[in-house]
Design a protein around this ligand. Structure first.
Ligand code: PLP
Length: 384
């Protein structure tokens, strides 16, 4: 199966069409070995030495992800955080980086605390404004521009092609956290990104049963080799069972994301007309600030994530989340079960998240059921 002949959806469904050469199994084994036999001539003809560097169980997931993103190579990591932080640890103390104000909160904390103490000069910008990114880059000093689009938890959108252009003119790389868009909807490398990062915990796995991360590199170059070395030295590799579960989940990535997009679009439109909702934040709504840019860089839908702002503020938002039955009150996103979260109380002080906001991760349940459940919760919260 070559990626020239078949579409990305077909490649994902069959995990690149891999068949075990010996047993003809259509599903790969899980390789448990931590070490590999050395040849009599002292070499390692298998190319494998020790499993802190890699594991054959990663191969399919990494090859599939590289194909889906249109990249040269992929690496799976122990978490989205270890994948993202590797991109910053590949820089040197003193380097300048430009990152968004609105982004995954745990990475924002790591950048504001660990990365700055380690010596990176970290500049937070309104990344939905291209001119703010352009004003922040320092030619020669900026080594990485990092964006997340759509960005947690307001789904603000960054123009990837414009950010890539600004980064490259300054001599920097562009890294994109594309967890929410998934390769089904956006392929950042086509718009000039150098590195694509995923929390594979989310849509790529899709079943809320592993923690995993991934990077995809546009080029197999010395910078990519550095990222591979960081993973091997820090040991931030994915467990072999998790790698197997990731590949199993990725086979249904396209139908899951397609279903979630259609439900999220319908929910966004219906909730926008709800008397208890003051604002719906969703890239698929024409009224949303990032809609025009989303049309340029998202195809097939606008994602399964949306946020709603509730009339009655924080109290009403928390009361609504308390009264759902089908939606599950939990953090995380991108699984088959729909999740609802009062995000400001998770992010804590300094969050850019409004206190009246509920974050919704739309799964693959019936979208009418999802709307009805939210509707009764919103109405009961109003009377509480
Ligand atoms: C969850 C998430 C992360 C962190 O990934 P983990 O797998 O939890 O380490 C990073 N970015 C985004 C957008 C996320 O949703």
């Amino acid at each position: 199966m070559t990626d020239k002949k078949f579409s990305a959806a077909s490649l994902a469904a069959q995990a690149m069409g891999w068949i075990d050469p010996v047993t003809k199994a259509v599903v790969p084994p899980i390789h448990m070995a931590s070490t590999y036999l050395r040849d009599e001539d002292n070499g390692y003809s298998s190319g494998r030495i020790y499993a802190r560097a890699d594991n054959p169980t990663f191969d399919q997931a990494e090859a599939t992800l590289a194909a889906l993103e249109g990249g040269a190579k992929a690496l799976v990591f122990s978490s989205g955080m270890s994948a993202a932080t590797a991109c910053f640890l590949a820089l040197a103390p003193g380097d300048h980086v430009v990152v968004p104000k609105v982004m995954y909160w745990s990475l924002r904390n790591w950048l504001a605390n660990f990365a700055t103490h380690w010596g990176l000069k970290v500049e937070f910008v309104d990344a939905d404004r291209t001119d703010a990114i352009a004003a922040a880059v320092r030619p020669g000093a900026t080594k990485l521009v990092w964006i997340e689009t759509p960005a947690n938890p307001t789904w603000s959108v960054t123009d990837i092609a414009a950010a890539a252009d600004i980064a490259h003119r300054a001599g920097a790389l562009l890294g994109v956290d594309s967890t929410v868009a998934t390769p089904v909807l956006t392929r950042p490398i086509e718009f000039g990104a150098d590195i694509v990062m995923h929390s594979a915990t989310k849509y790529l796995n899709g079943h809320s049963d592993i923690i995993a991360g991934a990077l995809v590199g546009a080029r197999d170059d010395p910078h990519w080799a550095k990222l591979r070395t960081i993973r091997a030295q820090l040991g931030t590799i994915l467990g072999q069972t998790e790698a197997w579960l990731l590949m199993r989940g990725m086979r249904t990535l396209f139908p899951r994301v397609d279903w979630a997009c259609r439900s999220a679009q319908s929910l966004a439109e219906r909730l926008a007309a709800h008397p208890m909702v003051t604002e719906v934040l969703y890239p698929g709504l024409p009224s949303f600030a990032g809609h025009a840019v989303s049309l340029k860089q998202m195809t097939g839908g606008f994602g399964g994530m949306l946020s709603v702002r509730i009339k009655g503020g924080e109290r009403a938002a928390i009361a609504t989340a308390a009264r759902v039955a089908l939606w599950k009150r939990a953090t995380s996103l991108g699984g088959v079960e729909s999740l609802i979260e009062h995000r400001a109380s998770i992010e804590g002080p300094g969050t850019p998240c409004p206190p009246d906001l509920l974050r919704l991760s739309v799964g693959v349940e019936d979208s009418g059921d999802l709307f009805d459940d939210l509707d009764q919760a919103l109405r009961r919260a109003d009377n509480a």
